[in-house]
Design a protein. Sequence first.
Length: 189
Amino acid sequence: MAMLVMVIAIMAIMMAAAVQIVSFQAQREKEAELIFRGKQYVEGIRLYRMKYGRYPMRMKELWEADPKVLRQKWTDPITGSDRWGIVFQGQEGRRIRPPGTGPRPTPTRTPVFERQREREGEKVGPIIGVHSLSTDTSIKVYEGRTQYDMWKFVLQEEGPAGRTRGDVDPERTPGRKTPGPERTGTPNY
């Protein structure tokens, strides 16, 4: 009888460990998906800005742009909701473009829906990024932050050449051969 109780106790411990491992792995997958979807929104904002010469003022503009700038209306994998926290231009002390650098796009008229904005309590402004609304602690440390709502996915500053940080410089890409000075004559074998 004691042997049976011991076997059942060992099996219970092993099952608890297996459940913990599966739960941990599922959470890590959700975190990876959050990063992917956040970057999809940043790319959509970048495409929207290229097309219209301004940042979207409402999330709805990103979802309804024609041609599409997002493949779909992404949900937050942590909360399971299609509501995201919005990062507006000027938040977090980031400047999108240093003054006087690069060409200035011609801004288009932005419709303002006063009644709808008041009724829904929606904030309107130049959107440069998104973040999760979950205040849970993460497993992964993302950009030095361990809370999901602190993981900000933001369109990065433009450098002096007009490229955004993260763009690939073909002359400095490892493994890429850049053309050198032309050689004349026959090669030495």
